[in-house]
Design a binder for this molecule. Sequence first.
Ligand code: SF4
Length: 337
Amino acid sequence: MSAEPSLAATLAELGQPGYRHRQVTEAKRAGAEGFDEVSTLPATLRAQLSERLPFWSMTPEREAVSADGTRKWLLRAPDGVAVELVLIAHAAGRRTACLSSQAGCALACRFCATGAMGPGRDLSSDEIVDQALLATRAAAEAAARLTNVVFMGMGEPLQNLDAVLPAVRAIHAPEGLGLSARKIAVSTVGWVPGITRMSAEEVPARLAISLHAADDDTRSELMPINLRYPIANLLAECRRYCDTTGRRVFIEYLLLDRVNDAPADARRLATLLRDGRFHVNLIEYNPTAGPYRASPPERREAFQRALARSGIEASLRRSRGADVAAACGQLATGGSG
Ligand code: SF4
């Protein structure tokens, strides 16, 4: 299975200038449903594009709406591949889109429903940008605004940087979605070669690391990638990234009851991160079919206190959309939809 030819490649093949791509993006954002509705394109080009590729690289097939306003869609590509897109609702009309980068995942993190699906194909840049455009339109329909984009949906984005980086640039570009680099986050479980590449290229996004444990034994049990890139190697690469880009790295830490949530874990975490170029986000766990449970509030608070006493301030990210399996770690196209 493979993605459709890209819009950029098709326009280049037709000898069209680069700004045609922008015109299509603008029309999609404004509500067009086909190339024939992109009035800024010449009529012949509209017909040529309609013959060669679908207007949307992925289309919504099913939707679920959470009690908290979070929405989740199953999107399908013409080759049958499916992924999930989540639009998280916040106060004051703000929305965050959680984008997928692969239709499955080979990295098999034990707490993750996508990992349980096994590997799937890489999404194309068009397929990723179309998720952001669909999210923008859905937000506008609800009189809200897409303010943030996170690559925390299905797949490991750093294993698909050839598509993710152009998508990030399109989402950031003023003629694309115009989101600032601070509002775009690329999240990895620790694919070190991808972090090296993110250091080398100017990427208008924040880097987030799903660390989830402060010792190698626990982390390797939760996330087999740790056997290949243990914590010390991963954090060393993160420090290089900070030095090269001048940016901080966001550390995501999923709190799992009696797995990684003891005060001693918090102290170990603080020791690992003590040079201050990291910001920690603690995340509530949402149950999947796996063996883990969320940390109860008293353990969560004790963990946060122990971190603070060790000099690390951490934010707590509340779960959104868990009732429709749209929350962190719950996305899977064979799931409850
Ligand atoms: S957490 Fe991310 S990297 Fe790990 S299995 Fe799930 S999708 Fe893959």
